[in-house]
Design a protein around this ligand. Structure first.
Ligand SMILES: [Zn+2]
Length: 163
């Protein structure tokens, strides 16, 4: 696993690249959200420099994770497909200052040391992409229009009794 722990600043300075894929089962926080341990997350990092001179990591995370649809409670595959730019800072005060200097919501400023765990970043990103309340675009059982399966509401039952 040492391959995924890098010196963030050196990585950016040298324009290094790293890519790989990691099983969902090997990412415990993501696995806890998933309905199955199957699937994998693919990732790549490219070290570089922000136009304003800050060390910058470009991160791409893709893959599939199995979730449970909150409407029909059947499994659903959630696709992860994100591209993120991360600017590195040495500590929290520097991160705050950099954040203000950049004034760019699309860029995350993170504190990096000489042991930056890339997999941790991948897992954070994958977790962020997981919806709070995942739902199929159209549920296999016919989706929200499948109301007739539901038992009659008490009000409907009352109406029938009145007839
Ligand atoms: Zn569903």
């Amino acid at each position: 696993m040492s391959q995924t722990i890098v010196d963030g600043f050196a990585f950016c300075r040298h324009g290094e690249q790293r890519e790989g894929s990691t099983a969902v089962a090997a990412l415990p926080r993501l696995a806890a959200e998933a309905s199955s341990q199957q699937g994998e997350v693919r990732w790549s990092f490219q070290g570089g420099r922000h136009p304003k001179g800050y060390p910058q990591l470009s991160m791409v995370v893709t893959g599939e994770v199995s979730l449970v649809c909150q409407r029909c409670l059947l499994p659903m595959l959630h696709s992860i497909d994100t591209q993120t730019k991360l600017v590195l800072a040495h500590d929290e005060p520097e991160a705050d200052a950099t954040e203000q200097a950049l004034d760019d919501d699309t860029i995350d400023v993170i504190v990096s040391g000489t042991a930056l765990d890339l997999l941790q970043l991948v897992e954070d990103e994958a977790l962020l992409s997981v919806p709070l309340s995942p739902r199929h675009p159209v549920c296999p059982d016919g989706g929200p229009a499948a109301a007739p399966d539901k038992p009659d509401s008490p009000f409907a039952v009352l109406q029938k009794l009145k007839k």
